[in-house]
Design a binder for this molecule. Structure first.
Ligand SMILES: Cc1cc2nc3c(=O)[nH]c(=O)nc-3n(C[C@H](O)[C@H](O)[C@H](O)COP(=O)(O)OP(=O)(O)OC[C@H]3O[C@@H](n4cnc5c(N)ncnc54)[C@H](O)[C@@H]3O)c2cc1C
Length: 412
């Protein structure tokens, strides 16, 4: 890698934004993407409609660049699906001549360190900045190699690291054994559930776990399955006895508002087609010949059992921190986000993602020099991240880095 170069980890919406910013500012950079195409995570929920409209989903930087090549995406108040966003924004962007040669697909970052230093070396001395980053990467064939960079932007998101299903956020006994029957991404109900299944979920006994917007999306889609095949049985279990579903008063995002309203109707309505179990968490699972017996524990400790064919676990996700175990990253003990940003977010403590603004360039700094966590991963367990926060973070990082690469390489 060229001295004075940037490694951008992940070619999602924020990684690609960073790539364009790097290209515009004249930095040498490489984007490492684990999927076989860009925006792999968005593609995996590509059938889902966003709750923010086109006007909020494309940065001005990207919009201007795509306009230059005659591919400007819509800018109105319609809601794209994830697939439309990838097709009309992220793929054309990745094809731009200043970006395309610098994207390595099918390349997963496994671990990152400072060349020649351990985590506990050179604490606060300034020496770490003079040791290049050493990245262990794996290609599609399983071949491992080392790459080097002077600046690392970790934009790997959270979607690859779903939380466990069990009570207290750890795996329930039997959860690992039942893994083949647990779906941890928003399913496309038009497609086969698991390899070998016939298409469609109709007629199955399904347990839905969680109450966030992803769970609400699944609940809405399951209504359609029940309409098509009324024998389908859905049990919806939610940890809180009185979930609010993240309702926002006078919500300015109508798509989100209607999702929440529908979830409330399904959970509290007397004519709900779901069997709703509020105030219950997954205590244990047992896989047997007739299905999975799920033990649900109520707040008073009582246990009840449900027998299901499939479990859809929508219990959230948190970015992978193992990859930077050898770096001096100060994580928040509560949210797992990088400390400065996590503290700023806790202080602003807004539950509505629409009110989220970027918290300023300094909150993106880590004790590890030149290592930045951006995008949804930077929010840790806080689920209020919006794309437009990511655009602002990219602006802020490049304002810290300056608009041109250093003349003298920072290698040790
Ligand atoms: C279902 C859903 C709906 C959402 N709807 C909205 C919405 O309406 N509006 C909004 O503003 N936000 C929305 N969000 C939140 C957020 O904006 C998105 O999650 C967005 O995709 C975050 O972008 P990102 O670049 O930070 O991460 P990601 O999109 O997750 O991109 C990370 C990239 O890194 C790659 N990667 C992961 N690990 C590695 C590794 N080790 N090495 C190399 N590459 C790696 C992944 O394949 C992926 O391409 C939604 C999120 C979800 C899950």
């Amino acid at each position: 890698m060229t001295p004075g170069s940037i490694a951008i980890l992940g070619a999602g919406p924020v990684g690609l934004e960073a790539a364009l910013a790097a290209a515009e500012a004249g930095w040498a950079f490489t984007v490492f993407e684990s999927s076989s195409d860009v925006a792999g995570n968005v593609r995996s929920w590509g059938h889902v409609q966003l709750f923010t409209p086109w006007s909020m989903n494309v940065s001005s930087r990207v919009r201007a660049r795509l306009a230059e090549v005659g591919r400007e995406p819509p800018n109105g108040e319609e809601y794209p699906t994830g697939d439309q966003l990838v097709d009309q924004v992220f793929e054309p962007l990745a094809e731009a001549p200043e970006i395309s040669p610098h994207v390595q697909l099918d390349t997963r970052i496994l671990e990152i360190s400072r060349d020649g230093l351990l985590k506990n070396d050179e604490i606060g001395t300034g020496v770490r900045a003079r040791h290049t980053f050493r990245l262990l990467v794996r290609d599609a064939g399983g071949q491992e190699r080392v790459e080097y960079a002077d600046i690392v932007l970790d934009c790997t998101g959270t979607y690859d690291n779903p939380n466990a299903l069990g009570l207290g956020g750890i795996a329930a006994p039997g959860e690992r054994a039942a893994d083949d029957y647990i779906i941890r991404r928003i399913p496309d109900f038009e497609a086969p559930i698991l390899k070998g299944d016939a298409p469609g979920w109709g007629g199955m006994r399904i347990l839905l776990v969680g109450s966030g917007h992803s769970a609400q999306t699944v609940a809405r889609d399951l209504l359609g399955v029940i309409e098509r095949v009324p024998e389908t049985r859905v049990t919806w279990t939610i940890r809180s006895a009185s979930p609010t579903f993240g309702a926002v008063e006078n919500d300015a995002l109508p798509a989100r508002d209607s999702l929440v309203e529908q979830a409330r109707a399904l959970a509290y309505g007397s004519d709900s087609p779901f069997d709703v179990r509020l105030g219950r968490s997954v205590h244990a699972l047992e896989t047997g010949p007739d299905g999975i017996i799920v033990s649900l524990r109520a707040e008073d400790g009582s246990i009840e059992h449900v027998l299901v064919d499939r479990i859809i676990s929508m219990t959230g996700s948190v970015g992978d921190a193992r990859m930077y175990r050898q770096l001096q990253v100060h994580e928040c003990y509560a949210t797992s986000g990088p400390m400065n940003l996590a503290a700023a977010l806790l202080a602003s403590s807004s539950a509505d993602c629409l009110t989220q603004e970027s918290q300023g360039a300094d909150t993106l700094k880590n004790p590890e020099p030149d290592f930045y966590i951006l995008g949804s991963k930077s929010y840790g367990r806080n689920s209020t991240f919006l794309l437009r926060v990511g655009w602002a973070q990219v602006d802020e990082v490049f304002s810290l880095l300056g608009t041109s690469p250093p003349v003298v390489p920072a290698h040790a």
